[in-house]
Design a protein around this ligand. Structure first.
Ligand code: UD1
Ligand code: CA
Length: 455
């Protein structure tokens, strides 16, 4: 089919968002709108992508960095003017797909179908359209008596009769690159908004005898443009339903899909069950037969088969097969929990690696530590990793037993098979298979009460 380039228009202000930020970096299901649009277009086969930026360009450039080239539109003089800023890219490919950066619900499938129709019919230009019950505000598709597309008229420039047309311009198009470049040179800002309209190229191309096509989407929901926070929430709801449906059809049980929040890139295995109120974000990967109880938050987590997690938070960390987490555990970045472990209630891990079979049942903090296999941590154990200035590392071998309410003052090593007596504050290394007791010996004062009361 020849090369197909992509241009995403994202220079506009988006005033109705009432935001200090660029409209297109607002997130839907955890991902910036501009990146959702990029995903769809790249998924449909576009080769090079350019994003036209202007308002808060720093934010947009950061969001798409490494994924797209950038063209800067200093002043927002209209969609036609925006495309002109990326003229260099258009020249390089046979065809170009243009999409606004604020339509997060468009799918790769729909774009791919529109592109194949454009190529199959050998069109100079193809506009993606939709029929809406209320077309107010959108550009209207004006067709001739024989059904051919005549032109696109903006709502503000439309006559009363044209405003009755309910087929609208989605703002997404395919063009033969050479045709688009030629036509862009001829557009003017002579219209109701004083802008260079990209839509004007349709009438120009028609008058030059080019073939113009219209591709009507099956589901008009896909072309929803987000202009304010109400539409942002609508988009979130639609995308959430789509993502959740995909997981359910893939063998995941969602007890209440309306209150389960899963990011676009999350992967979940079969027979996993997820309870309400759970938020799963980023590049999280979850295995088979996992149970995720209510109100968990998982961010870029990697969860092995058969793990169960209740009311807990796991960030940038992994938990291996068969481990129990929670309720109320907090696993912070760079932690790795092995197989068949227990990370129980009010346990916090940070940059900690926990060996297979180790149990931290309750009220324990382990930070900057490497813990071996089959250890047992009693209730209330603290790895004292911070002296107010620096953080130090603690190493605990295999089969160690750390008694309740003990402090391990880092840097310190507890070797394989060692015991730490309850209530100890350990400041020196504990050798293999020994018992360390680091607490004051108990003293009994006989008749204490009687003597006090005599005073
Ligand atoms: C545009 C279409 C309209 C269509 C509608 C679909 C034109 C003239 N009209 O109208 O027919 O029904 O989209 O949503 O194209 N942008 C820039 N630079 C600019 C102006 C806009 O990059 O100078 C970007 C915006 O950031 C946005 C996109 O282009 O992502 C569309 O611009 P917007 O002003 O929202 O166009 P509409 O008036 O909605
Ligand atoms: Ca718009």
């Amino acid at each position: 089919m020849g090369d197909l380039s992509l241009i995403i228009l994202a220079a506009g202000h988006g005033k109705r968002m009432k935001s200090d930020n660029s409209k297109v970096i607002h997130k839907v299901c955890g991902k910036e709108m501009v990146n959702l649009v990029l995903d769809a277009a790249l998924g449909a086969g576009c080769k090079d992508a350019t994003v036209v930026v202007g308002h808060r360009k720093d934010q947009v450039i950061r969001a798409v960095s490494g994924r797209a080239a950038i063209a800067v539109q200093e002043q927002q003089l209209g969609t036609g003017h925006a495309v002109m800023q990326a003229a260099g890219l258009i020249e390089k490919s046979d065809n170009v797909l243009i999409i606004p950066g604020d339509t997060p619900l468009i799918t790769a499938d729909t774009l791919a179908s529109a592109i194949s129709r454009h190529i199959r019919d050998d069109n100079g230009a193809t506009v993606i359209t939709a029929r809406l019950a209320d077309p107010t505000g959108y550009g209207r598709i004006v067709r001739r008596a024989d059904g051919a597309v005549e032109k696109i008229v903006e709502h503000k420039d439309a006559s009363e009769a044209q405003r009755q047309i309910n087929e609208i311009n989605s703002g997404m198009y395919c063009f033969k690159s050479a045709f688009l470049l030629g036509a862009l040179k001829k557009i003017t800002a002579d219209n109701a908004q004083g802008e260079y309209y990209l839509t004007d190229v349709f009438e120009i191309l028609r008058n030059e005898g080019a073939r113009i096509g219209a591709f009507e989407v099956e589901n008009s929901e896909e072309i929803l443009g987000v202009n304010d926070r109400v539409q942002l929430a609508q988009a979130e709801k639609v995308l959430r339903a789509r993502i959740n449906r995909r997981h359910m059809l893939g063998g995941v049980t969602l007890i209440d899909p309306d209150s389960t929040y899963i990011g676009t890139d999350v992967r979940i295995g079969m027979d996993t069950v997820i309870y309400p109120g759970t938020i799963i974000e980023g590049s999280t990967v979850i295995g088979n037969n996992v149970l995720i109880g209510q109100n968990c938050r998982l961010v870029n987590a990697s969860i092995g088969d058969g793990v169960d997690i209740w009311t807990s938070t796991i960030i940038d960390s992994s938990v291996d097969e068969g481990t129990h987490v929670g309720p109320y555990a907090y696993i912070r970045p760079d932690s790795r929990v092995g197989k068949n472990c227990k990370v129980g209630d009010f346990v916090e891990l940070k940059k900690a690696s926990i060996g297979d079979g180790t149990k931290l049942s309750h009220l324990t903090y382990v930070g900057d530590a490497q813990v071996g296999k089959n250890c047992n941590f009693g209730c209330g154990t603290v790895v004292v990793n911070y002296d107010g200035k620096n953080k130090y590392k603690t190493v605990i071998g295999d089969n160690a037993f750390i008694g309740c309410n003990s402090n391990l003052v880092s840097p310190v090593t507890v070797n394989d098979g060692a015991y730490v007596a309850a209530g100890s504050t350990i400041t020196d290394d504990v050798p293999t298979d020994t018992l360390a007791i680091a607490r004051a010996r108990q003293v009994i004062k006989e008749h204490w009460r009687d003597r006090r009361e005599d005073d």
